[in-house]
Design a protein around this ligand. Structure first.
Ligand code: NAD
Length: 505
């Protein structure tokens, strides 16, 4: 493998952070080492927030809420419009920083920033469409309506694999809905968070009269996340990460009756039916299963191929797997970058061992030498005869379990027979099969002739069962960030009570 970049990634990251407006003191001299998965080297030392710092940030955001909630929503949209402009200007630098810190290919790093820009555009339009309902009332001379109001401080907890987009899905909507945001990014990706905060501050300065502390970042591990979860002045916590994290966070939020929006692990499947366009399917499956080195919540992890086309299709898939270029994600020819760290590689090895023990036949999965101490692997295909336990759990690495099926109902049942319920798809040219799959899949996302990964921001994103049930981004996801009020107004001269109840004094 050719290493095209010689490199001191720490210098490259420092130059990017400085250009993006982050003060050097924020990424040097701190106690938390940040490593680039590209080479495994330390590229910065950031300062962790204490739980007292987290509480102070929440109090400051709560003070901002009192002012921001009174700003008309279309004017709040103007701040998000400016944020979108600043993101456009910063796209190249922020996209590369995502690549350095999270190890995504440059094309995916830039795509992630584009997604931030897209959700800003969406939220600007939304700022003029936060509408409620007029509802028929049984009482004469009355009007009943539903109105939407700002909710309060929104806490965002995010995962390493979408280090900036998740913040924007939440924040662009929260800000137009009238809510300040306090963000705890993954401890593995604090640099991109510092950069986003600097970008936000530029937008806020251009806006002019935004209250201070509308958006803030608190860096740290689980304890800082817990401070956000437990604080009574955080009205909603939107938490993205593993199901284990959701299991810890969900009950704590429920205990104080706070709102939670959980975006947790996935175990996504695709069905390849006999009529499928196999060239298109091959490309769709390859991107969904291997892209981002298998580190997307929507990564394709289970493939059910009809027995009549199984052998030929799996042979083609293996050839595609053998040919993908693995290496430095800054190289435009690279399709597969590094795993985030050695822990991921260990989880992958363990899953491959478990699959072998359950009768699976593994192709690929070996370590590949990349730059420095980065952890690189060839994506693995594992042919299974049944959906064993290892297949039913999410391993956050590029492993695709492949199984034959004979009948569509059986394939749909297999799709649904896992604890997670995020994304799913079918490849078929048969309209009946497509519709049966879309109606039968129990996931939050069910696609036809595209893979399960790579969602657009216009739709509501999220999944069922152990994926947590949350929805964010498009459609009516904004409602999670607002308080709904039912208002009944009597413009008559009498006081009729509902249901004919009498109470005459
Ligand atoms: P993780 O669960 O290890 O960490 C996610 C975040 O939660 C981090 O910021 C972490 O510090 C925080 N956290 C962990 N335990 C906590 C606790 N008890 N209280 C408060 N905060 C806590 O996940 P990860 O390894 O960063 O990301 C990979 C996982 O995220 C995968 O399971 C993937 O499927 C999932 N994910 C889901 C979505 C989605 O939209 N459904 C999107 C991206 C990633």
């Amino acid at each position: 493998m050719t290493v095209l970049f010689a490199p001191n990634i720490a210098d490259e990251a420092a130059a990017l952070l400085t250009r993006l407006g982050v003060a050097p003191g924020a990424f040097t001299g701190g106690g938390r080492e940040v490593r680039s998965p590209i080479t495994g080297e330390t590229i910065a030392k950031v300062h962790d927030a204490s739980t007292a710092d987290a509480a102070a940030a929440i109090e400051a955001a709560h003070a901002a809420f009192a002012a921001w909630r009174k700003v008309p929503a279309p004017r709040r949209g103007e701040l998000v419009r400016l944020l979108g402009e600043e993101l456009r200007a910063a796209k190249a630098d922020l996209g590369l920083l995502v690549t350095l810190e999270a190890g995504k290919t440059l094309s995916e790093g830039l795509g992630e920033v584009q997604e931030m820009i897209d959700i800003c555009d969406y939220a600007v339009g939304l700022s003029r469409q936060l509408f409620g309902l007029a509802i028929a009332t049984e009482r004469p001379d009355h009007r009943m309506m539903e109105t939407w109001h700002p909710l309060g401080v929104v806490g965002v907890i995010s995962a390493f694999n979408f280090p900036v987009a998740v913040w924007s899905w939440n924040s662009a909507l929260a800000l137009v809905c009238g809510d300040p945001v306090v963000w705890k990014p993954s401890e593995k990706t604090p640099l991109t968070a510092l950069a986003v905060q600097a970008i936000f501050e530029r937008a806020a300065a251009r806006f002019g009269d935004a209250p201070a502390h509308l958006s803030s970042v608190i860096i740290g591990g689980r304890e800082v996340g817990e401070a956000l979860v437990d604080h009574p002045k955080v009205a909603l916590v939107s938490a993205t990460g593993s199901t284990a994290m959701g299991r810890a966070v969900g009950p704590r939020l429920a205990a104080r009756f706070a709102r939670s929006l959980l975006e947790l692990g996935g175990n996504n499947a695709a069905v390849v039916a006999p009529s499928a366009d196999l060239d298109l399917t091959l490309r769709g499956v390859a991107f969904a299963a291997m892209g981002t080195a298998g580190q997307r919540c929507t990564t394709l992890r289970r493939l059910f191929v009809h027995e009549s086309i199984y052998e030929g299709f799996v042979a083609k898939l293996k050839a595609a797997y053998a040919s993908v270029r693995i290496g430095d994600p800054r190289d435009p020819d690279t399709l597969i970058g590094p795993l985030i760290d050695e822990g991921s590689a260990a989880a992958m090895r363990k899953a491959l061992d478990d699959a072998t023990a359950a009768g699976g036949k593994v192709t690929g999965g070996e370590t590949v030498k990349g730059p420095g101490q980065g952890v690189y692997v060839r994506p693995a295909i594992v042919e299974m005869t049944a959906q064993a336990d290892v297949v039913r759990r999410e391993t956050f690495a590029p492993i695709l379990y492949v199984m034959p099926y004979s009948d569509l109902d059986q394939a749909i049942a297999l799709n649904n027979d896992v604890p997670q319920g995020l994304s799913s798809s079918i490849f078929t040219l048969n309209a009946r099969e497509a519709e049966r799959f879309v109606a039968g899949s129990d996931c939050g996302i069910a696609n036809v002739n595209i893979g399960p990964s790579g969602a657009e921001i216009g739709g509501a994103f999220g999944g069922e069962k152990e994926t947590g049930g949350g929805r964010e981004a498009g459609s009516d996801s904004w409602k999670a960030y607002m308080r709904r009020a039912t208002n009944t107004v009597n413009y008559g001269e009498t006081l009729p009570l509902a249901q004919g109840v009498k109470f005459d004094i």
